[in-house]
Design a protein around this ligand. Structure first.
Ligand SMILES: Nc1ncnc2c1ncn2[C@@H]1O[C@H](COP(=O)(O)OP(=O)(O)O)[C@@H](O)[C@H]1O
Ligand SMILES: [Mg+2]
Length: 229
């Protein structure tokens, strides 16, 4: 199995001395579907920012899709991010007033593909998430669950090496949330590598691998059979 993410001894200290991550080792292989779970303040968002190359560690090494993040300039890093990582957030972050299809096509803005091709791929991605009949709807004309499906389509339209979802069901009612998790399972069965960040132990328990963090440390990883105090 090839490796998509490899974190080794990753520490993140914020100004003021808060150590949000403390010696994190984490490897994610191609084709995995895992939860990164922990209570509020445990370091989940910090970890998402580092795995998503939105931020750099204070110490330790980060490799994404085979690239050592420390060796890349900010510019190369943002190119790596747009090519290899898809993001899904709790609050959807769709562009208001713009059709579902154009929102999804935005996920290919830096692909270098011509506009017509981007729109065709966006239509395919919307069909994959079950929204073939909502191409022209704008965000305010969609339910929360549908908005999150659009956001997921936008995140996967470029076939990234890694999909990072931060509390993807956090703003949804339980039925829509379950449908979104089912969609992530489907995409994973089709080959996508997906990490779901969540404080919800039930959601975490429904995924094939659980990495638990607390106080900035990995305290359990079912892939390693490691359970520390
Ligand atoms: N930009 C920041 N500056 C200073 N401290 C921060 C910053 N972001 C997060 N922290 C602190 O780092 C710790 C982990 O935060 P975070 O990664 O947001 O946790 P979670 O997402 O699990 O709630 C917390 O103690 C938080 O207060
Ligand atoms: Mg958070």
């Amino acid at each position: 199995m090839s490796t998509v993410v490899r974190l080794s001894g990753v520490t993140k200290e914020y100004a003021g001395g808060v150590r949000a991550l403390d010696g994190v080792d984490l490897t994610i292989g191609r084709g995995e579907l895992l939860a990164i779970a922990g209570p509020s303040g445990s370091g989940k968002s910090t970890l998402l920012h580092i795995v998503g190359t939105l931020d750099r560690p204070s110490a330790g090494t980060v490799e994404i899709a085979g690239f050592d993040v420390a060796s890349l300039t900010d510019r190369r890093l943002s190119a790596l991010r747009s090519q290899h990582i898809g993001f899904v957030f709790q609050a959807f972050h769709l562009v208001p007033g713009v059709s579902a299809r154009d929102n999804v096509a935005e996920g290919l803005l830096y692909s270098g593909l011509p506009r017509a091709r981007r729109r065709a791929l966006a239509a395919d991605a919307l069909a994959r998430v079950g929204l073939a009949d909502r191409m022209k709807h704008r965000p305010h004309e969609l339910s929360g669950g549908q908005k999150q499906r659009v956001a997921i389509a936008r995140a996967v339209v470029g076939e990234p090496a890694l999909l990072l979802a931060d509390e993807p069901t956090g703003a949804l009612d339980s039925a829509s949330g379950e449908a979104v998790m089912e969609l992530l399972h489907d995409l994973n069965r089709e080959g996508a590598t997906i990490a779901v960040i969540t404080h919800d132990t039930e959601i975490a328990a429904g995924l094939p691998r659980q990495v638990r963090i607390r106080d900035g440390r990995v305290v359990a990883d079912t892939a390693r059979g490691k359970v520390a105090a």
